[in-house]
Structures are given as structure tokens and as C-alpha cells.
Design a protein around this ligand. Sequence first.
Ligand SMILES: N[C@@H](CCC(=O)N[C@@H](CS)C(=O)NCC(=O)O)C(=O)O
Length: 216
Amino acid sequence: MPLRLYMHPLASYCWKTLIALYETGVPFEQEVVDLQDPGARERFVRMTPLGKFPVLVDEEANKAFPESSIIIEYLSMKYPAAAKLLPADKDLALRVRLSDRFYDLYVHEKMQKIVADRIRPEGRKDPSGVDRARQELEIALALVDRDMGAGGWATGLTFTMADCAAAPALYYANQVAPFAESHPGAARYLDRLIARPSFARVLEEAAPYFEMFPKG
Ligand SMILES: N[C@@H](CCC(=O)N[C@@H](CS)C(=O)NCC(=O)O)C(=O)O
């Protein structure tokens, strides 16, 4: 098997790449890494010193990539079936990358900040950082609500890398800051993402691990 994805089934950025892989049917193998296991962590960090999931290894090409967006860019360059995730038109591709950045930086990262605080020990929590993350998440969700209520995908009628980014970011944001009432347009977009077979499959595979998700 030429492609191997180092990942964890609960990890949101891994979901982003899994959605891309399931969307395109590119064959790959999953290598689940348990970062709680010191041996597994040490081996993983030797491969990728920042220790972040996902990492895609192309064994045939002898290449390895961290960073979910770069992994999707690589898939779209190498596999014709994945090319649709990044439009050939340069202006459209720029819009997809902009939307991908928006979901990663202003939805996903804010959500991660809130979740990460849940697992900090008492006395080492960061309530003002979490307040700020909640405020910034709220601004981002208002933009999603404004743009996505009427239907379609992140940058138009075609499902792209931006939707791969949006799905995990909005799914987990809705767990930590439910937005169905405050932002119904954003919630309808999340419903469309959840109904998409690629994301539905990711959620089904993650379901056995959901009890590990830190409670608020
Ligand atoms: N910018 C990176 C973010 C990756 C990231 O934050 N991964 C999380 C899981 S969703 C992780 O590896 N966390 C483990 C850790 O930080 O120890 C990407 O797009 O892939």
C-alpha cells in the first residue's frame, strides 16, 4: 500500500484528511498512533518532531507530509480523483485555500483551545484565553451563518478542501459551543456536511472513541 496515514480516529485534523481520502477513493492504510503510549509517542516524534497528527507517508515516493492542508494539496496534485478538491482555476483555488485557512485558524484552532483547557489540571487552566477563544469563535460562526445558510459548499457548488476543513471544525465547535439556535444557517451547513457520505463514514469510525472526548 503506497499511502499510510498516521492518525487517531478522534483527532479533528485527521478527520479533515480522512474526509479528503474518502471523497476521492484514493487507497491508503490507517496507522493509529496512541500518543498516551510513551513508546508509540517516541516513535511518532522521531518521525515528526512537532508530534502532530496527521502525517501522510507515501512509501513509494519516499515522501512524508505533516499538515492536513498540505496532505490534501499533495493528494490533489498526485491523484486525478483528488484533483477536484482544489479547482484548476487559480482564482477559485485561491478562494478554496482562503476558506480552508478560515476554518482552520478561526474555527478549528479556537475550538481546540476550548477543548485543550478541559484537560488542563486545576490551577493551570486559562479562563481568559478560553473566553477570548469563545469570542473569536462566535465572530467566525456569525460569518459562516451569513454565508452558508442558503445551501451549497464552502466556496460554491463543488465540495472542496475547504469543506474537508469545515466539517471537523464545525462538528467539534458545535460540541463545545452549540450554535443551532444562535446560528441556524451555520447549523444547516453542518447538517449537510454530516450527511455527506465521506464525513458520515469518518463519524461512524470515530463513534467507539467518543467517550474519550473531554467533557466540559
Ligand atoms: N496545523 C496542523 C494541526 C494538527 C493538530 O493540531 N493535530 C492535533 C490533533 S487534531 C494533535 O496532533 N494533537 C496532539 C498533540 O498536540 O499532542 C494540521 O493542519 O494538521
